[in-house]
Design a protein around this ligand. Sequence first.
Ligand code: 5CU
Length: 386
Amino acid sequence: MAAQRLLVDIHTHVYLPRYASFLRSRSAAPRIFTRTTPTGTKEERLLILDDEPSGGRPIGAQYWDRDEKLKFMDRHGINVSIVSSANPWLDFLPASTAHQLAGELNEDLESYCSTSPSLSSSDTLKRLYGFGLLPLVPEVSINSLLEIVDQISKLPHLRGIIMGTRGIGNGLDDEALEPVWEAIAKAGLVVFLHPHYGVDSSAWGAKDNGHVLPLALGFTFETTTATTRLILSGVFDRHPTLRILLAHSGGALPQLSSRLASCIDHDPVVASRLKHDARYYLGKLYFDAVAYGPEELGFVSDVIGRSVFKYGSDADGFSSGTKKVVGSSRMLFGTDHPFFPPLKETDKWKSVTENLEAIESVEGWGEVEKENVRGGNAVRIFGLGS
Ligand code: 5CU
């Protein structure tokens, strides 16, 4: 299996049909509604936040239809996708509805993946695998969360859990989540940490800049903050085998990690709380390669490699070579499909080709590293083929 060169997309979303129908039945965000365009045609739109710019965005079959996902994969040469539900998951639901829907959507995703085509007639590897969902909402019981972790761990095509940043209302550093981290680590599931809310939108000013500021900056700062809080809570000291994959290459965390370390060193409340320098923990994390530029990817790999060589972090089996080479073992190709569609009809999506070109052009990555980021790392980390 490892000898096969695979392009594996680990950041690709779906609104499963059951979830899309649920959003259509709602009158408040998040919801899918139909509106008539100025030319008189009807279009469905997705509104995921009350204050979302431009009245949301157009939505169509590419968000829920599996054939569309497979066509997109074929068009871009993607062999395997590890599909996750898109935001805002179950965040807005009461606990009992969230629990029931999580269970149903996990079963739906398992069948979406298990009935997908095999990679080739001689291969048991499927084209689709998935990240399940937990009912992470206020007032849910921890037993409900543990039950769903157990369900996901038994569904053979689900290899992880997609998670937002709010936990059960108090963020991911909430002590109440300790048994959940323990169960996830024990099950060997990968947590895909993904933003939804952004940061305080008053920072965006009065000009209409579309979705640019919330997506480019709000999303990435949300991930940066949530991951930093996890580090500060000591979760990685208590659960050293926990595997967390950060969306959008970890946002600003790689750039800010030395400043974070310095702030910790100078703060009497946290200076002696953690077992390691803050920069150590970047080498415990995984990063998608959805950064759109080779310099950014190279930088992230350098920072991860530094965690290994200078701060003694986990080399994940890769400890020889430069920092960039070692760091690349924790980075994985993604597309963000069906988000970022081209504004004009084109064969290939720029959001995909740009990320592939970025991987191809990182200075200091050889062919082996590039192949690993394109697919080899995903095969290893998600146990594809087993
Ligand atoms: O950039 C992204 O990942 C996304 C996403 O997942 N959801 C969304 O609403 N917009 C962009």
